[in-house]
Design a binder for this molecule. Structure first.
Ligand SMILES: [Zn+2]
Length: 142
């Protein structure tokens, strides 16, 4: 149940595959074939299977988990904050402003100059008021 962590890591720009429907075997296979670090709170999963790269999450608090991951991966700077779709993990693409008219609320269209779009689910993103708060939170965790 690491859905909130997955979302925060995507906000921070990490390439994160997440689904609560993956079986243990699928998780291990994905980790191997895609060279991914397996994140888990389940010691049995990490010990029983021959997992090469993993981080055992010590805390069940999301903020502590993020801090542990940043420390373990020696991440000192976040260069990709808010560049991924939070639902799909795909890297967002910039879309011309005139192409989003009618697809975003009128107030947003009038007040924002830059829009990004997920190539998979086509959700449109813009720099909302929560952007600064998100960046501040992540900087505190670094
Ligand atoms: Zn998407």
């Amino acid at each position: 149940m690491l859905g909130r962590l997955a979302k925060w890591l995507r906000i921070a720009g990490f390439d994160v595959v997440y689904s609560n429907r993956f079986t243990d075997d699928e998780l291990v296979t994905l980790s191997h074939t895609e060279g991914r670090i397996l994140l888990s709170r389940d010691t049995r999963l990490l010990i029983r299977k021959s997992v090469r790269k993993f981080i055992f999450l010590e805390s069940d608090r999301v903020q502590d988990q993020i801090r542990q991951i940043l420390r373990t991966t020696r991440t000192e700077r976040l260069s990709g904050v808010l560049t991924r779709c939070l639902a799909c993990n795909d890297v967002l693409l910039v879309v011309p402003r005139d192409q989003v008219q009618g697809s975003v609320p009128p107030y947003v269209f009038e007040t924002q100059s830059t829009f990004k779009c997920c190539p998979r689910c086509h959700k449109i993103y813009w720099a909302g008021t929560h952007r600064q708060a998100v960046i501040r939170t992540l900087k505190q965790l670094l």
